[in-house]
Design a binder for this molecule. Structure first.
Ligand code: FES
Length: 213
């Protein structure tokens, strides 16, 4: 079965894939200098307008994993050395690193490195963000109160499991960045709120049960 949300843009040395179902319009691609992406042009993305390194650099800026590439020289995207979960003010969680998101489809390869995860509880595309937080009026600056147990090691796989009717369970070596950009929390295991109701965001405090999420 073909996924109609996926559009491929072939190039001589590198192909770019865009997955509309994951795009939340951050526009890191559209604002990048150069002509890889050009609004109003058809096709919108032309990989041969840039060097392979430029294409890789721009695609890897996409925080939702909607963009990915296949480098025909055979060099796959490398996961960041450090796993991070960024709390976006009034918005989602940005996960970057060696991501293993339970249930992530194989053909959505950007999700192996970058993902925007819903934390307002309203997305129609859970566990991924679809910008429903805007309509829902979700408000949270992204302050993080706890520092976490700290880390002995960095990197390695980061497992993300959306629990049915409950939080995101995250396991691995990772940091949580507060909405201010501060490295706020470091540790190996945490439950993050994805219902939007926790009074100790970004952590789950069990309130999903009270609200019958
Ligand atoms: S998922 Fe929101 S409080 Fe647990």
């Amino acid at each position: 079965m073909t996924d109609e949300s996926i559009v491929d843009f072939p190039g001589e040395k590198i192909d770019v894939r865009f997955d509309k179902s994951l795009c939340i319009g951050v526009a890191e691609c559209g604002r990048a200098s150069g002509d890889l992406f050009k609004k109003g042009r058809s096709p919108w993305c032309v990989p041969d307008e840039c060097t392979v390194d430029e294409v890789r650099d721009i695609v890897e800026r996409c925080p939702s994993g909607a963009l990915s590439y296949t480098d025909k020289q055979g060099t796959p995207e490398q996961a960041s050395d450090v796993n991070q979960i960024g709390v976006v003010a009034d918005g989602p969680l940005y996960a970057i690193g060696d991501l293993h998101i339970e249930g992530a489809p194989e053909d959505k390869s950007g999700l192996k490195y970058r993902a925007a995860l819903c934390r307002c509880g309203q997305s129609q595309n859970k566990p991924y963000c679809d910008n429903s937080h805007r309509e829902a009026g979700f408000r949270d600056y992204g302050a993080v109160g706890d520092r976490g147990p700290g880390l002995k090691n960095r990197g390695g796989p980061l497992e993300i499991k959306p629990v049915e009717h409950g939080p995101l369970l995250v396991k691995g070596n990772f940091d949580i960045l507060a909405g201010s950009g501060r490295v706020a929390w470091s540790g190996e295991k945490v439950a993050l709120c994805r219902c939007g109701a926790s009074e100790n965001k970004p952590f789950c405090d069990g309130r999903h049960r009270e609200i019958g999420w």
